[in-house]
Design a protein around this ligand. Sequence first.
Ligand SMILES: [Zn+2]
Length: 401
Amino acid sequence: MSALTIDARDGAARAGRLRTAHGEVRTPAFMPVGTHATVKSLDPGEVRACGADIVLCNAYHLALRPGVDIIERAGGLHSFMGWDGPILTDSGGFQLVSLRNVATVDEDAATFVSPYDGARLRVTPEEAVRSQARLDSDIIMCLDQPVAWGTAASSAPATERTHRWAARCRAVHPGDGRLLFGICQGGFDAESRAASAAHIAALDFDGVAVGGLSVGEPLEVMEAMTAVSVAGLPADRPRYFMGLGTDSELLTMVGLGIDMFDCVAPTRLARTGTAMTPTGRMTLRRATYRDDLRPLVEGCSCPACTRFSRAYLRHLFAAGEILGHRLVSLHNITHLTALMAAAGEAIRAGRFDAFRAATDARLRGDAGDCEDAASLGGDATTGEMWAAGSAQIPGTLGPRG
Ligand SMILES: [Zn+2]
């Protein structure tokens, strides 16, 4: 039986509820990223108040620091980080791409060199599943091997290894109420994508992620590869697109039948004073906001918008006060969870296409105030963000952290 109840469909888009051991997740869902067992600068209660049902943590980073043992002794991630809702843990597969200078792969395992102390961390597929279970993860991700955009080598060996690793992960599925998600790959070739989706679908996972996309490829390639992947996945299981966080791209993927998303963009943009708004990104450091006493976004329910003005937020960034980062993080996460909730409502009402068209028109009508489209603070595509963030420095990684 699928853990996902689909309440409504509109075209390929779906709205529903995903059951986990720590509560329900309304879908389509945006998952804030707490790579190091914290959504940067926010208390878990604040993350919940932003409308988030689930957070993502990274098992690879947590295995390095502080280590799985101490988290297990604390009673698992929920009690360790003070978040009692569902948690999805990423396996470390993406770090094979984002940290490729310090990661190697052989048939048996992935091996990483710790950026903290140089220690070697060897992760087999079985160990990846077991350590995520020890962390008390509600949704465990298989260990996979993605391929970066623009690499000359064929993606076939990595995809075939991903399939063998998926079977090994499946064989040690704890089956104790935790969900295990497979990840399909296939590079940037439609035939390989379709074959990978079919292969992973046949392993009967609780859900499947479309992996290896949003890594710098053009938008139309990302869309085409997602469509062909989704076509091969089980209709009743949750589908997760890894690492995507711009309004337009999220709605495109919801329209293709994706249910779950994650991205570091809301908190990363907040750090630079960039707010996500229905009309595009707003760079709060700009002088134009010095005298602007209007709320950041009229009608937004977050603390930044209900209690403070643009002028105050600009002042906080100008003065280097951390409250600015916190408030814009709260706003940006609220913006994306509200976008997903509105998409769900539109699907239930049978007007998703009109909702998506109106959202895109608003974004096009006023692209915000960004001046530098290629910078993180500008209206960068996720691919550009990934490229900008993939400088191989711990803490400044791509959309999947
Ligand atoms: Zn707000």
